[in-house]
Design a protein around this ligand. Structure first.
Ligand code: F6P
Length: 342
């Protein structure tokens, strides 16, 4: 059987580890012919494949990005996009597609699966906001980079007696902000799930100053918004899945804090540094386990499902239970982190 692998949406450290596992077990245990789809769903619309033999996957375990490329192409927004995919898959003789993606890419997989394309999903996003799995791969790497950044910001913030704001990714959920903030000892963590009150943030900083701590480090998720306001956007234009581009809440906060409490403030936007580069050992292992489980599902003919981790078990859940939903942060964990605010 010929089996394709594709990665769609924003990249996440560990995609190549998934590809390596899927291809290795697909060839050696099941005798499949493995092909890669270029640039996410776009490659299936445009019939762009590459051969994936053992040579192609050699040495890719620690490599960031995706050897296949990725895109935010939504075939349902292109004229006859879905039909072209079904036709191309048939003409190429694909027996299955392993789809590595987040909510958008897996949403497309669900619809195409309903239309007859046999898909198995692998949950990928640094945002960790997919339902059905405790963790997506890529998240641990992003948290680790953001934590290291917080450690570095602490030393300079303390030396200069400044407030430093770190803006991290997370448009609808604050997982990265929360876990990095907890691990990095942030003095306040602002997340999309809990609109913030600027006076409260300023009070936390003042509270520290009254204890002689003349520096503070605040982490904010890009999608966090003030209680009486809207999310701060970089641009109103939307991608093919209808997402606007977030960005700027860090600078908004910095200016407001300086205005309100006359304390020198600096802003750091972590941006794509938290998404690029080599995966952590945790993500390499998780991605590998996901890849093996995904090709096993293909072999068992269990389509329309994603692999997932629950506790320390690799399981699978139906795509229909995952798409169109979102896993928001654990508010108990937020309460734990908030013990250390101010
Ligand atoms: O992968 C999800 C995500 O990391 C979001 O948190 C962020 O808003 C988005 O990707 C940004 O991605 P890009 O710059 O590729 O549009």
């Amino acid at each position: 059987m010929k089996v394709a692998v594709l990665s769609g949406g924003g990249d996440a450290p560990g995609i190549n580890a998934v590809i390596r596992a899927v291809v290795k077990k697909g060839i050696e245990s099941y005798g499949y012919e493995m092909v890669g789809v270029r640039n996410g769903w776009q490659g299936l619309v445009e019939n762009e494949f590459i051969t994936l033999n053992l040579d192609e996957i050699s040495g890719i375990l620690p490599r960031g990005g995706s050897i296949l490329g990725t895109s935010r192409t939504n075939p349902f927004k292109h004229k006859d996009g879905a039909q072209k995919i079904l036709r191309n898959a048939k003409e190429t003789g694909l027996g299955a597609v392993v789809v590595i993606g987040g909510e958008d890419t897996l949403g497309v997989a669900y619809k195409l699966c309903e239309m007859g394309l046999p898909c198995v999903g692998v949950p990928k996003t640094i945002d960790n906001d997919l339902l059905g799995t405790d963790y997506t791969f890529g998240f641990n790497t992003a948290v680790s980079i953001a934590t290291d950044t917080l450690d570095r910001l602490h030393t300079t913030a303390e030396s200069h007696q400044r407030v430093i704001i770190l803006e991290v990714m997370g448009r609808y959920t604050g997982w990265i902000a929360l876990e990095a903030g907890l691990a990095g000892g942030a003095d306040a963590i602002l997340i999309p799930e809990k609109p913030f009150d600027l006076d409260e943030v300023c009070n936390l900083i003042k509270q520290r100053q009254s204890r002689g701590k003349n520096f503070s480090v605040v982490v904010v998720a890009e999608g966090a918004k003030p209680k009486e306001g809207k999310e701060i956007l970089y641009s109103n234009s939307t991608d093919e899945f209808g997402h606007v581009r977030f960005g700027g809440v860090g600078y908004y906060l910095g200016k407001e804090i300086e205005k309100r409490i006359d304390t020198e403030t600096r802003v750091v936007v972590l941006g794509h540094l938290q998404r690029g580069g080599s995966p952590t050992p945790f993500d390499r292992i998780l991605a590998t386990r996901f890849g093996i489980a995904a090709i096993d599902l293909v072999h068992q003919g269990q389509f329309g499902r994603i692999v997932a981790i629950q506790g320390n078990e690799i399981v699978s859940v139906p795509l229909k239970d995952v798409v169109g939903k979102r896993k928001t942060v654990d508010m108990k964990l937020y309460e734990t982190a908030s013990v250390f605010f101010g």
